[in-house]
Design a binder for this molecule. Sequence first.
Ligand code: NAD
Length: 497
Amino acid sequence: MRQIEHFIVGGADGVSRHSEVYDPNNGVVQAQVALGDAALLDRAVDAALAAQGAWAATNPQRRARVMFRFKELVEAHMDELAHLLSSEHGKVIADSKGDLQRGLEVIEFCCGIPHVLKGEYTGGAGPGIDVYSMRQPLGIGAGITPFNFPAMIPMWMFGPAIAAGNAFILKPSERDPSVPVQLCELMQEAGLPEGILQCVHGDKEMVDAILDHPAISGVSFVGSSDIAHYVYSRGVAAGKRVQAMGGAKNHAIVMPDADLDQVVNDLSGAAFGSAGERCMALPVVVPVGADTANRIRERLIPAIASLRVGLSTDEEAHYGPVVNAAHKARVEGWIQKGVDEGAELVVDGRGFSLQGHEQGFFIGPSLFDHVTPNMESYREEIFGPVLQMVRAESFEEALALPSKHQYGNGVAIFTRNGHAAREFAARVNVGMVGINVPIPVPVAYHSFGGWKRSAFGDTNQHGMEGVKFWTKVKTITARWPDGSADGGNAFVIPTMG
Ligand code: NAD
């Protein structure tokens, strides 16, 4: 059986606990990943402490060069990394390449770190006084990441942290841990000194050890909301800087004037792509007016019927299996809950089976109509290939739905009316907005982050927000009086003795 080990300085011997990594296409265990503890973390932190000072003192253009070489290495290994990622996660190869590519875009941004780290300067803030500020690394940062983007989200975090001069300890999801380890190996191959990027595997025990470790100054988390809140609270109580991104329930508002062919096409990808396991998926559609709802429903039914669910290696497949058996059972449980609550199950994806792969974790696409805001299946995140239609009678009613929802990650509006789009973007109580764009994930040089229970802490991922999170500002007020002017202000170089 393949063993997936920690990537720490000196290696990791004598680890006893393991977790199983599945191939979701077949439902078989394909590897075991080691689960670390506080003692293992101590070793990683010691190595990070030993290396971080020299890395922070390395000039930023040299740090940028490592980022550049890393980007080239990932590109050179793109195919094998994408296949490995798909084999543990279940997403199709094209989605795995997208996962890697979106991460690389953050690395590209980090290649500009010398420019980004330039501080501010005020000459002559007083007589002979200049004030300037600089951004310095926190020291040691840690990242705790979810299963659904095992390449992109680690890169969101370690890219800016390392480029800014920090050492970084990554704790990836134990469900698909292989690609995160390979990314660490490629960073080292790119010239990163030993100890600056390490990877420890684990579950709650390791997460708690990270949150409690006094030498770790910043923690970035992405995962489900209850755990995000826990990580945020415990990390902040320990005096750390913490950003913790949580779950989502993103809505697509469809105005009567929208191009419905585009909407249905976009919804097919955004609701069902990657089996709905995206925090920026669109699992809720809100048509405005009964006529809009009926026209969308009419088009969605054949569009859903044409979706191909297949192996993650099937180039024709729109999406593959979900990550494991427990998640499959959970999603199917939510479908049953929706039925029990009185929503109309128009297309039922349960019971789907792929011939020859009956043990794989596949779920067919499902469509609900007449979902209402009081239903638990609407209020909670399903994170599977399930689209729920909530009918609204007016723009104001549609605007209120995502605004009042407990999650506020992303939202989209489809319309040809610029004024409606503008009003919506300004007033909706959600962090990331798409206008005729189904998955409004901001480009790497802007920043990513939701509102309400989708994010705890106030700094976003990547872009300038990411750099700010991983650095602290030092402000220097300097006075250089003219030594020749008068005796009282004379500048004298102190001498010994
Ligand atoms: P998860 O919360 O189960 O796991 C995330 C991380 O927390 C993993 O590294 C895991 O090992 C660790 N963890 C699990 N249980 C823990 C516990 N009890 N105590 C401490 N740590 C624990 O999330 P997941 O299932 O891997 O990922 C899916 C979730 O992530 C969804 O809710 C999705 O919306 C969310 N997500 C959010 C964003 C965002 O940017 N807002 C992005 C991607 C995914």
